[in-house]
Design a binder for this molecule. Structure first.
Ligand SMILES: Nc1ncnc2c1ncn2[C@@H]1O[C@H](COP(=O)(O)OP(=O)(O)O)[C@@H](O)[C@H]1O
Ligand SMILES: [Mg+2]
Length: 319
């Protein structure tokens, strides 16, 4: 493959192809959008790429693609222009790839580059299947087992370089405030009651959190579940992880009551402060509600379904 040297590519100057993501059209950068220098660097490390297969799940704009290699193997590439608004998520994923202990069932970071105008990472390719979180699926207990394992492997995080969970939650707070200040939400009182005694300081803690566990960030090989996509990794209280994940179980068809029963297997949940949980569920829900109302058209339905699940849990907790 001929090299044309480094050519910075801005987010706006490349053509992005549409891919179907959970039934919606979302655009993603493709392997072909990468500057030749980045493609050369990838291939210097991994060997010749014979085919690139863009992922059909995920909401982020960067490249997420299985690279088929000349030797018959595969690696997984994630990459984003360094000047893109989403670049910080890729920087964070790269950071996580370097600090995660080997025991965590996640694709291993094999190579990265930040010098060529893009943040690019190669991970092990997980040749797995999607998990099924619906009632009766054996994946439910496997995923809850993974959440418990993450809590034990990642507590305490020994470094001092982890972004604090309050930074992530400030985005939820901002959107939540926006909606609440307008005073036009159906069931506004529900959210106000949930946030009445809420204190962001309660979220602080010693656990390295994934923070974005949902079926799209999980893959199973047999009954082993792997967790992908550490773009929101941060440090906080261990109970934040199950609370951020639980609405996904409700979305998949479980009742809030059943979800709270299932969570009882997790030590982090058993020690969670009740008001802290309720406030965080309110913020989780308000953020998705905001995105369902004001976010990109193509993901509003998807966000709306998540918000409905969060709201069902909130109603249950405040009943
Ligand atoms: N290492 C990997 N092996 C196999 N598939 C992967 C891997 N990483 C990501 N994927 C697939 O690509 C999709 C999008 O990747 P993800 O890291 O979640 O990106 P995004 O930041 O866009 O959400 C995932 O839902 C998964 O199906
Ligand atoms: Mg993802």
């Amino acid at each position: 493959m001929p090299s044309c040297g480094f050519r910075p590519v801005s987010a706006a100057s490349v053509t992005r192809a549409a891919s179907t993501i959970r039934g919606t059209d979302v655009t993603r950068f493709q392997w072909e959008d990468l500057p030749q220098a980045v493609r050369d660097a990838v291939q210097d490390h991994a060997g010749p790429v014979v085919k690139a297969e863009t992922a059909t799940a995920g909401l982020m704009p960067g490249v997420a693609a299985r690279l088929h290699l000349g030797d018959g193997g595969s690696v997984f590439l994630k990459a984003c222009p360094a000047d893109h608004p989403a670049a910080k998520l890729y920087e964070r994923e790269l950071w996580a790839g370097r600090v995660l202990p080997a025991a965590v069932p996640t694709p291993r970071l094999r190579w990265s580059s930040t010098e060529l105008g893009w943040i690019a990472m190669l991970h092990t390719f997980i040749d797995g299947r999607a998990v099924d979180l619906s009632p009766g699926s054996p994946d439910v207990s496997a995923v809850l087992g993974l959440v418990a394992e993450l809590g034990s492997y990642l507590t305490p995080y020994p470094g001092d370089d982890a972004p604090p969970v309050s930074g992530n939650v400030s985005a939820l707070l901002a959107k939540g405030r926006h909606l609440l200040d307008r005073g036009t939400l159906a069931e506004q009182a529900l959210y106000v009651a949930a946030l009445d005694k809420w204190d962001v300081a309660e979220l602080e803690g010693a656990t390295l959190l994934h923070y974005d566990l949902h079926a799209g960030n999980l893959k199973a090989v047999g009954d082993q579940v792997f967790v992908l996509d550490w773009g929101f990794a941060c440090q906080g209280a261990g109970w934040v992880e199950p609370v951020m994940f639980a609405p996904r179980l409700i979305e998949a068809g479980h009742t809030p009551e059943r979800v709270e029963e299932l969570l009882m297997d997790l030590p982090a949940w058993r020690s969670a402060p009740g008001d802290g949980v309720t406030g965080l569920v309110a913020l989780w829900t308000l953020f998705r509600l905001y995105k369902a109302m004001h976010g990109p058209e193509e993901v509003r339905d998807f966000r709306g379904r998540a918000a409905a699940a969060g709201k069902a849990w909130l109603r249950y907790r405040l009943a």
